[in-house]
Design a protein around this ligand. Sequence first.
Ligand SMILES: Cc1cc2nc3c(=O)[nH]c(=O)nc-3n(C[C@H](O)[C@H](O)[C@H](O)COP(=O)(O)OP(=O)(O)OC[C@H]3O[C@@H](n4cnc5c(N)ncnc54)[C@H](O)[C@@H]3O)c2cc1C
Length: 401
Amino acid sequence: MIDSNRKRIVVAGAGIAGSLIASGLAERADIELICLERVGATEHMDAGTGLNIGPNAIKALRDAMPERAEAIVANSLPWENWSISLTNGRVLMDLPLHSVAGNPGIRIRWAELYALLRKPLAAVIRYSAELLSCGRTADGLFAVYRDRETGAEVRIDKIDLLIAGDGRYSKIREHFVSREEPNLLGVCLYRLLFPAGTQCPIDDYGQWFNGPNRLLAFRVPGDFVYCAGSFPIGDDGIVTDEMKMPAALRRIYTPQSGSLCAEAAYLVDAIERNADRIHWARLQDGTTRYDAGAGVLLVGDSAHPMVPTLGQGATQAVEDACVVVDEVKRALRMGRPLTDIPAGVAARRTERAEFVVSFSRDATDTMLAGGDPVAGTLKKLEPAFTARLEKLYRDVSVPLS
Ligand SMILES: Cc1cc2nc3c(=O)[nH]c(=O)nc-3n(C[C@H](O)[C@H](O)[C@H](O)COP(=O)(O)OP(=O)(O)OC[C@H]3O[C@@H](n4cnc5c(N)ncnc54)[C@H](O)[C@@H]3O)c2cc1C
């Protein structure tokens, strides 16, 4: 029998945070859960690339949603080591993650991760449903979405909790808070996924610098290599066609000696071969905000846009989801209104998210114009940096109630 007192929760976006929140609440008879996802059921955003997820996300997920954690770990490779070298082969840092974390992180393909997260949610996610607008009337919160297959516009009224899992350009944040211009850091970041081939020297997470120009790469399941290259750009933030030319990319990574180490040579060859498949982006971050008013909660990139330097964007979205699920269950158990959830989540998460946003920005020092990868990396071996890494990876300060 359907409980007429069911609380109506609308989650916009079945990305990392949205899917996990939906997973954690989907089975409850006292909740009517609606998850709106702009893309179709077989489309995957950024399906062509990979990502690393920090040890802290796996730790939080194991505590809060153990079966989700195991499904993700089983379909990924462990992230156990972080090395930093110059493109001429000089090794600057070789950090086993167990020295700063209690468990490994993971390496995975986006397509695989999205498929795993969304698989158990067939009955909950409305695909091709693009949130168009939202707001508050005397009757409560509402949301309007367009069914991209039929073109029909559908309105959902009397929402008890509206959750913005709709990413960096969140419509919900824009409506209830404001539109925020991104803070650009003056760095172009591009991504590529390609088959490893038989002579691949890339394995766990590594970075190779020539001046501030950086290559980052690691293997992901399915015998693919994920590579993220970067280089500083001018204050105008423009990435010109000239900068994207394969010969220009080879030039910026080639050391004075003219000779690239085996890993850098392999990556530069792959970049040249696959230049037309590269995804281009720029490093940017913004301010942290979870509470967008009574019953309106921001999570993931909509709450705390950050630079991906420490691989913490998706990682923090996972931490958010664990806390949100816990807060909602606790409110229902205690008979408290869901309108208070945003303030409760903000109280538990804001300090931690602000720490991660600023730590990620600080760790970008070696990628900025004029950055010195040798001095900057040696600093990353000092206690001031490793203590922050330990705080990041171990202090998943989301004790479940
Ligand atoms: C170059 C680059 C590399 C990165 N590498 C890493 C990494 O290695 N590790 C890491 O942890 N993080 C990484 N990140 C960050 C990571 O991608 C994000 O932080 C993470 O995906 C945020 O999760 P989310 O759930 O907030 O949003 P998303 O995963 O972006 O999901 C948002 C969802 O909302 C949907 N949506 C958007 N608008 C609407 C709408 N109007 N209506 C309905 N649905 C909508 C989208 O289709 C999408 O499914 C990287 C980011 C970049 C740019």
